[in-house]
Design a protein around this ligand. Structure first.
Ligand code: C5P
Length: 243
């Protein structure tokens, strides 16, 4: 018999392209309902980071597929949800806080390069499944509803135009005092979209049974309320919102 609360805990998947607001929505949902959170993008960012530290040439990832896959299978990492809205998730690698390093645009580009490799994706599967524990999980990524948790109870695909996503990211970075070019951000978002949607393994796409939400003209708090209503309707009594 399956151990209760280990593999049968409910899962809410939030997939979508970068900058769609899914990270923020996922963190809010996890906190609001007291659920575990899987930021799967952070795992790919970690593989990219370890690869860079090991001086692996990320422009030629296919040559290093088995090394990168072994790296991914052998992580010593922790994820910690915090109350700090500026830093809601703290990630450590070998007991060192790497949260800021992981959030850079360069780390996103590196992640996207290693994420094309089937070996790396396979190596991360068990780790991702291990996040599914009682009372439930919010899983944020690109293939959460299609590949990693195809039996998830609630699947959301959150998107927005590349222009709107670039502007949102631009505002966030400006507010943090980081000087960036809106045009460069737009180009980087477009390049990552193309790479993520056109790859052969686990490309970015909505699951057939996902609810599609376009946040181009919506405020992210409104989107969050909309998703909370869907989650509450589907999972009902199995979730208890925390005050
Ligand atoms: O979501 P985030 O921007 O942190 O993801 C970084 C990169 O990791 C994405 O551009 C994508 O290439 C990859 N990724 C993925 N599958 C996931 C999550 C992220 O391929 N489930």
């Amino acid at each position: 018999m399956m151990a209760a609360g280990i593999t049968d805990a409910p899962v809410v998947t939030i997939d979508g392209p970068s900058g769609s607001g899914k990270g923020r929505v996922s963190q809010h949902l996890a906190q609001a309902y007291g659920l575990h959170l899987l930021d799967s993008g952070a795992l790919y960012r970690l593989v990219g980071l370890v690869a860079r530290r090991s001086k692996i040439n990320l422009a030629a990832t296919t040559k290093h597929e088995s090394v990168l896959s072994n790296l991914a299978a052998d992580f010593n990492i922790t994820f910690q949800l915090t109350e700090d809205p500026e830093e809601p998730l703290v990630v450590t690698l070998d007991n060192q806080d790497v949260t800021r390093e992981l959030r850079s645009d360069a780390a996103g580009v590196d992640a996207s390069r290693v994420a094309r490799l089937a070996g790396v994706r396979d190596s991360l599967l068990d780790l991702q499944h291990s996040f599914r524990r009682a009372p439930g999980l919010v899983a944020d990524g690109r293939d959460m509803g299609t590949v990693v948790f195809p039996d998830a109870e609630v699947k959301i695909f959150l998107t927005a135009s590349a222009e709107a996503r670039a502007e949102r990211r631009y505002k966030q970075l400006k507010d943090k005092g980081i000087d960036v070019s809106l045009h460069d951000l737009f180009l980087s978002i477009k390049a990552r979209d193309d790479q993520d949607t056109e790859r052969d393994v686990s490309p970015l796409m909505p699951a057939e049974d996902a609810v599609l939400i376009d946040a181009t003209n919506a405020d992210i708090d409104e989107v969050l309320e909309q998703i909370k209503a869907i989650v509450t309707k589907k999972l009902g009594d199995s979730l208890v919102p925390t005050p």
